[in-house]
Design a protein around this ligand. Structure first.
Ligand code: ATP
Length: 590
């Protein structure tokens, strides 16, 4: 097998990433070509302005006649045309860029939705946010600032040198060729070094931002543990690392810019010295000099995008990895849903939930092993176990955040993998211990899954969770806007709001995953009582490790290290002296 070195692998993936980007935006290529053409003509006009001025001055010197007005008119027309073309170049280039970015964002979200929530939780979610915003923005360089400068950097010098060779002096024109080639290659040869240095600066900025972010979020921990000095020292050290990275990057940029300047100045001097030494015609020398100066802009266009292009391609690669990841679960094919227009059906059924031979892994780690469990319809059953035993994973499999590796999960006797996801997720609601509030009104947060619920229903669920008075005292009542996250509400209020939201949706199955964990025992008992009253004969599954709060007649399944180890009523299990009794001893030692 042929060995592939890291450079060639990188080169191949850069090429494939470029092809991928172009394939996503193929229909936008026409305006991109237009942008490149406008740039080429505008830059040719730029060279032309210098050449026309130089030859007019020569003609004036030779004939002692001045055509200043005519010259001024020609120059004004050329300059206006150049300005118009420059505008067209930027307009078309940026139109393509921003339309492409919009398409990439749409693609990103379209592909992300089937991967959620499995692939979007926690840290993974933060990385995805970074990709959806900064990475996609960085790709702009590829569309707006790469193709037109690259094409014009080749075409404009070629046209100008060809014209010089035929209209002025071929020998002098050839003299410019190596300088043009060198000026074009210089940014490309040094792009990797520049990119590595720019990457270190970005890394350093990220470290400082992360440090400051942690300090702001964890200000209480820092102050209470007296860690101010240590944190400041850490910030200082991150700041020094950033300064070093910036200095290094600045030096490299400076050397590169200096070398480019050197090459371009050397070209002008070489033409001048050689022209004079070889006795070339003054007009040819002056025109070649004008052309050499005029080519500085077009040639250094490559310099502008070389470093940014690497960064854009790295961002595109990250985006592509997310976009091409297989979905965590596949929606049941062709299972069309009636649109949710009116209020949900008044009386939901009470389906049984069944796990049949379910085994599941997170990566190499087996989290559930051959679980056979029936949670009867119309009952309030409990799933208990120590932290990390796999309880929440059972709930995630019921809602199809993931699918089991083997076995099946059934809702009312139907395999959930055969149900349309939207239907499944409207029939089963989960409330977990760390719910999320959206930055919107209390009312909008409550109505998330039931936008058509009438105000009386909203009041009923608020009363059921004991938040009626709290809501009435809010400055704008239910129209009060909550900040994203949980800053305006306590942990217990947040859990109760999430529970009210779930109740309003009238699910057939309600899963409470430690959903009352932040409530005091009396409030939790009141909420449970209200839930029984509001949902008589409904299916409720409560996941908990507080087995001391389970009523004796309730059905309990105990999970331990991913295995179902006990089932029975709490009273039976209490006297059996097994896993349930051990849990009980841990939660209520007295
Ligand atoms: N997204 C994930 N990726 C990898 N491992 C995970 C993931 N989610 C959970 N786990 C692991 O799976 C195991 C079971 O987790 P699970 O959340 O189901 O436990 P639990 O019994 O609900 O715990 P707790 O009572 O603390 O919420 C744990 O060891 C956990 O570390």
């Amino acid at each position: 097998m042929k060995a592939v070195g890291p450079d060639s692998t990188q080169g191949a993936s850069r090429r494939s990433t470029m092809r991928w980007l172009v394939s996503q935006t193929r229909t936008l290529l026409a305006p991109l070509v237009l942008s490149a053409l406008a740039r080429i003509v505008s830059q040719l006009l730029g060279v032309g302005l210098l050449v026309v001025t130089a030859s007019a001055l020569l003609a004036a010197a030779a004939s002692a006649q001045s055509h200043a007005l005519r010259l001024a008119a020609v120059l004004v027309v050329m300059a206006l045309a150049k300005a118009g073309l420059r505008y067209a170049e930027h307009y078309a280039g940026h139109w393509v860029a921003f339309t492409s970015l919009q398409r990439l964002r749409e693609l990103f979200f379209a592909r992300l939705i089937p991967q959620a929530p499995a692939a979007t939780k926690g840290r993974a979610g933060a990385v995805l946010t970074e990709t959806a915003t900064r990475d996609i923005d960085r790709i702009e360089v590829f569309f707006a600032h790469t193709f037109p400068p690259a094409v014009s950097a080749l075409v404009v010098p070629a046209v100008v040198l060809l014209w010089l060779g035929t209209a002025a002096d071929a020998a002098l024109a050839w003299l410019l060729v190596p300088f043009v080639v060198l000026a074009l290659l210089l940014p490309l040869l040094s792009a990797r070094t520049v990119w590595t240095a720019a990457d270190s600066v970005a890394e350093g900025r990220g470290q400082v931002a992360a440090h400051v972010g942690d300090d702001v979020a964890g200000v209480r921990e820092v102050l209470h543990t007296g860690a101010e000095e240590a944190r400041l020292a850490g910030l200082d050290s991150a700041g020094r690392a950033l300064t070093r990275a910036r200095s290094h990057s600045g030096r490299i940029e400076g050397v590169r810019a200096g070398l480019l300047e050197l090459v371009q100045t050397a070209a002008v001097l070489t033409v001048l010295v050689t022209g004079v030494a070889n006795g070339a015609e003054a007009e040819a020398v002056v025109l070649t000099l004008a052309a050499a100066v005029g080519l500085r802009g077009p040639v250094s266009g490559v310099d502008g995008f070389a470093a940014g292009l690497d960064s854009a391609l790295a961002s595109a690669q990250r985006l592509r990895r997310i976009v091409e990841a297989p979905p965590a679960v596949v929606d049941a094919a062709g299972a069309a849903l009636p649109a949710r227009t009116g209020p949900p059906a008044a009386r939901p059924a009470a389906p049984t939930v069944e796990f049949r031979g379910v085994t599941f892994r997170h990566g190499p780690r087996e989290v559930l092993h051959d679980v056979d469990l029936v949670l009867p319809g119309g009952e309030w059953s409990y799933v208990a176990g120590v932290s990390g035993s796999g309880k929440s994973t059972l709930a995630s499999l019921l809602l199809r955040d993931w699918d089991p590796e083997t076995g099946a999960v059934l809702l009312g006797g139907e395999d959930v993998s055969g149900l349309p996801l939207e239907q499944l997720r409207s029939r089963v609601a989960i409330v977990d211990q760390r719910p999320t509030l959206l930055a919107d009104t209390v009312d909008a947060n409550l109505r998330l899954a039931a936008p058509h619920a009438d105000p009386a229903q909203v009041q009923t669920v608020l009363a059921a969770v004991g938040l009626e008075e709290w809501a009435a005292e809010l400055p704008d009542g239910l129209a009060t806007v909550l900040a994203a996250g949980r800053s305006q509400v306590s942990g217990g209020q947040l859990q109760r709001l999430a529970l009210a939201r779930a109740l309003l949706a009238q699910p057939e199955v309600l899963v409470l995953d430690e959903a009352l964990s932040q409530l005091d025992a009396d409030t939790a008992a009141h909420v449970r009582e209200q839930l029984h009253r509001l949902r008589p004969g409904a299916t409720t599954v409560e996941i908990t490790h507080r087995v001391d709060l389970v009523e004796p007649s309730a059905r309990v399944a105990v999970i331990d290290a991913g295995r179902l180890v006990e089932t029975g009523t709490a009273a039976e299990l209490r006297s059996r002296g097994g896993a349930f009794a051990r849990l009980l001893a841990r939660t209520a030692p007295a």
